[in-house]
Design a protein around this ligand. Structure first.
Ligand code: UGA
Length: 435
């Protein structure tokens, strides 16, 4: 089966590589010349564990190809996936659909035979129907269907999430479209994971509902962490015990410096706007957005307080810059406001991230010491702040930290260390929500 993937970004590349692994012939269209050149040379424009091997295999098997010509890519394709970016539009919190509609216009002009046009990018409810109207207007004679197939991939474990999903959601309205997509996802049907067919609007909303719910769960445990600090309770035990209730579940209950990334902040904001415009405002998600923004903005203040009220001239190691581990993505990372405020207040910062340094540089002030590894970042500092939960930082022993540092304060915004072991090594340990 032949398919086209419009957009060689994060979602497009992972989906294309995985569909090729399922045996489909996938033509990826990437408009950005340097990115396309890199892909053709086998270099990955993003960091995602296992992606380079999978893409190399798909290419070697003759199933995966990269180009910039939409007409050639959609030739003979039974499904054309739109996986272009949908950033938050300036000013109003809506998803910016400029790239989606530009892709639709191009696809409409070059489609020959019947194909299903599928949105993989996260798009507001109603977009599928708009796409159908645009194509119908441009090509009244064309046989086509529109479908919504949202992705639920986490950066850092995207390939596993695609190959072994909890579910696949497909919103479509014709038997023909359903048949095409059911054949494409046939390898998943062999797994216990259900392929759920819904209406188009429902599928579009499922994506926002899922991300907003998870963002709400994270925000809930972050608030509980603050409460634990005030009440002398331990959020790790609260999370563990509530998570044992099958109705709650243990995942996404790790407190931290606030959620970031390219999805939760954008999708919660978009859901708020969608709900407001539909005259069914989501007070809950409005609160999630506000609470999380305030948390990220206030995180540096906690560090200043822990250092006695001023960081002027103090040497601080920042371990981790990306919004979570196993990605090089810096979008909406809590590290950005933390580093900006500490630097502004006169701290001398030694920063290190295993994968995110390049992406971080343009987003952070220039007066930072950029280190080669965690040990170098911790050398001679008064305090260590763990912002991202990289394995490399988990592997540092309390003795490693103690011997590298000049001071003793360890502020662990991800609760990756054992507090007792830290104290035993003579360190002053501050986790999140450990009252
Ligand atoms: C998220 C969803 O998990 C995916 O299902 C979805 O497909 C994706 O968005 C998307 O819309 O494309 P992702 O942003 O890669 O994936 O990362 P998550 O692992 O969900 O983490 C999101 C944020 O929540 C991060 O800042 C992370 O540090 C934070 N988080 C997550 C916590 O603070 N605590 C947790 O327990 C879990």
């Amino acid at each position: 089966m032949r398919i086209a993937m419009i957009g060689g970004g994060y979602v497009g590349l992972v989906s294309a590589a995985c569909f090729a692994a399922f045996g489909a012939e996938v033509a990826v269209v990437e408009a950005d010349p340097p990115k396309l050149a890199a892909l053709r040379a086998g270099r990955m424009p993003i960091y995602e564990p296992g992606l380079d091997e999978l893409i190399a295999k798909g290419t070697a098997d003759g199933l995966l190809s990269f180009g910039d010509d939409i007409a050639a890519a959609v030739q003979g394709a039974e499904a054309v996936f739109i996986a272009v970016g949908t950033p938050t539009r300036r000013g109003d919190g809506h998803a910016d659909l400029t790239y989606v509609y530009a892709a639709v216009q191009q696809i409409a002009q070059v489609l020959g035979d019947y194909a299903v046009i599928v949105t993989k990018s996260t798009v507001p409810v109603g977009t599928g129907r708009r796409i159908a109207a645009i194509v119908r207007e441009l090509r009244p004679e064309l046989a086509f269907d529109v479908a919504s197939n949202p992705e639920f991939l986490r950066e850092g474990s995207a390939i596993g999430d695609f190959m072994r999903p909890d579910r696949v959601v497909i919103g479509c309205e014709s038997e023909r479209a359903r048949d095409v997509l059911a054949r494409l996802y046939a390898p998943i049907e062999a797994l216990p994971a259900p392929v759920v067919f819904t209406g188009i609007e429902t599928a579009e909303l499922i994506k926002y509902a899922a991300n907003s719910f998870l963002a709400m769960k994270v925000t809930f445990i972050n608030e509980m962490a603050d409460l634990c600090e005030r009440l002398g309770a331990d959020v790790r035990e609260v999370a563990h015990s509530i998570g044992l209730d099958a109705r709650i579940g243990p995942r996404f209950l790790q407190p931290g410096p606030g959620f970031g990334g390219s999805c939760f902040p954008k999708d919660t904001l978009a859901l708020v706007r969608i709900a407001q415009e539909a005259a069914a405002p989501s007070r809950l998600i409005e609160a999630v957005v506000a609470v999380n923004d305030a948390r990220k903005a206030g995180m540096a203040g906690r560090i200043v307080t822990a250092l006695g009220g001023s960081v002027r001239g103090r040497k601080i190691a920042i371990l981790g810059l990306t919004y979570k581990a196993d990605t090089d993505d810096m979008r909406d990372s809590p590290a950005i406001p933390i580093v900006a405020r500490l630097a502004e207040d006169g701290a001398k910062l030694q920063v290190y991230d295993p994968e995110g340094m390049e992406q971080a540089r343009p987003l952070l002030p220039d007066n930072l010491a950029w280190c080669q590894n965690a040990r170098e970042a911790c050398a001679g500092v008064d305090a260590v702040v763990v912002v991202t939960e990289w394995q490399e930082f988990r592997d540092l022993s309390p003795a490693d930290l103690r011997s590298a540092m000049a001071g003793t304060l360890v502020i662990d915004l991800r609760n990756i260390y054992d507090p007792q072991a830290m104290r035993d090594a003579g360190l002053l340990y501050r986790g999140i929500g450990q009252g």
